[in-house]
Write a protein that binds this ligand. Structure first.
Ligand code: NAP
Length: 323
């Protein structure tokens, strides 16, 4: 099969389209013909050697795929053959990927492969940030950094559905318009406006209850300063570099809480599966809008990485593979 692999750490140019064997199946696994593979910022960090560095090279990137089940391993129900599904797995920048049958979520006809491929990583992250970690309540205020990004566009929609007043930071006029269309109440251009001043101005000095921050180094200090008393900052990434070490002393004055979220932490059994089913239902019913900002063929994975790292993309970046 064709797959995108890299043999050493480096820039987008290390991603090569190569012929590799199809994945072999163990007990409980299926082989998926990939129609759409999601691209995530973390893939670019893996490629740069900043994240997930213990996996041996050469490696096929890609943590999520939507496609059709073409083969089943020992112990797997053959009724799955031919089904349209989506899943979190590994090695998805490829024509075929293997995945545990237990993690598959069936796709309703209304949901395209491209839309589905936008949901596992970024959708589950947005879902767990708001439901599991922060447990947002109606009437709270939530600030989402990089609100026009993949996780961002989903997080702002989920926060709004929970009844929050949503603040979103973005770095361009086009991104500002996009998040306004998604219903973000307060858009802040953090490339040219001061986030702390803007949040305080728009909250009568009160601040926000929750900040979701995966930008890291460049936003960290402002994220702490815009919090209301008893506010909560959740760190879940570092697109601009690692935030500085935290001095707990600085949290006392406003009784702040700082926490972290990682999708690959061991979650309660079934938690990802239930959340993924619920998100796919929301997409099918039109409650959650999937915004595909960039769709490229598998062979152009390097270009997808270039644009994602260059802050040129909005919403989801998808590689189309077959069909
Ligand atoms: N903890 C987890 O389990 C988990 C899971 C998924 C994603 N994440 C993290 O969440 C973040 C968003 O991921 P995503 O896949 O949805 O990507 P994305 O938001 O679509 O793309 C990254 C965005 O970050 C913003 N950004 C700010 N400073 C940047 C810089 N110096 N370089 C590049 N981008 C910068 C850009 O938006 P502006 O131009 O508007 O600033 C850019 O579009 C990433 O940090 C990722 O690692 C974490």
């Amino acid at each position: 099969m064709k797959a995108i692999r890299y043999h050493h750490i480096g820039g987008p140019e290390v991603l090569r389209l190569e012929d590799v064997p199809e994945p072999e199946l163990g007990p409980g696994e299926v082989r998926l013909q990939v129609h759409a593979a999601g691209v995530n910022f973390a893939d670019t960090e893996r490629r740069r050697g900043l994240y997930d560095t213990k996996v041996p090279l050469p490696r096929i990137l890609g943590s999520e795929a939507a496609g059709v089940v073409r083969a089943v391993g020992p112990g797997v129900d053959e009724a799955l053959l031919g089904q349209r599904v989506v899943t979190l797995t590994t090695g998805c920048y490829a024509e075929f990927a293997k995945a545990p049958a237990s993690g598959l979520v069936a796709l309703p006809d209304e949901v395209s492969f491209e839309e589905a491929a936008a949901v596992p990583v970024q959708g589950l992250t947005a879902y767990h940030l708001l439901h599991t970690v922060a447990r947002v309540q109606r009437g709270q205020s939530v600030l989402v950094h990089a609100a026009a990004g993949g996780v961002g566009v989903l997080a702002v929609q989920i926060a709004r559905a929970l009844g929050a007043r949503v603040f979103g930071t973005v770095s361009s006029e086009a991104k500002a318009r996009l998040v306004q269309e998604l219903g973000v109440d307060e858009v802040i251009r953090y490339d040219r406006e001061d986030v702390v001043t803007e949040v305080h101005r728009r909250t009568d000095g009160g601040g926000v209850d929750l900040v979701l921050d995966a930008v890291g180094a460049s936003t960290w200090e402002a994220s702490l300063r815009v919090l209301a008393p008893f506010g909560h900052l959740v760190s879940y990434g570092s697109a601009s570099g690692r935030p500085p070490a935290l001095d707990v002393e600085t949290l006392y004055e406003k009784s702040l809480k700082v926490s972290a979220y990682w999708l690959h932490t061991r979650h309660p059994p079934g938690s990802h599966h239930r959340a993924l089913e619920s998100l796919i239902r929301d997409v099918a019913d039109g409650r959650l809008r999937i915004l595909i900002g960039l769709k490229l063929p598998l062979a152009e994975a390097a270009e997808a990485h270039r644009r994602l790292e260059g802050r040129e993309t909005v919403g989801k970046v998808v590689l189309t593979v077959a069909g």
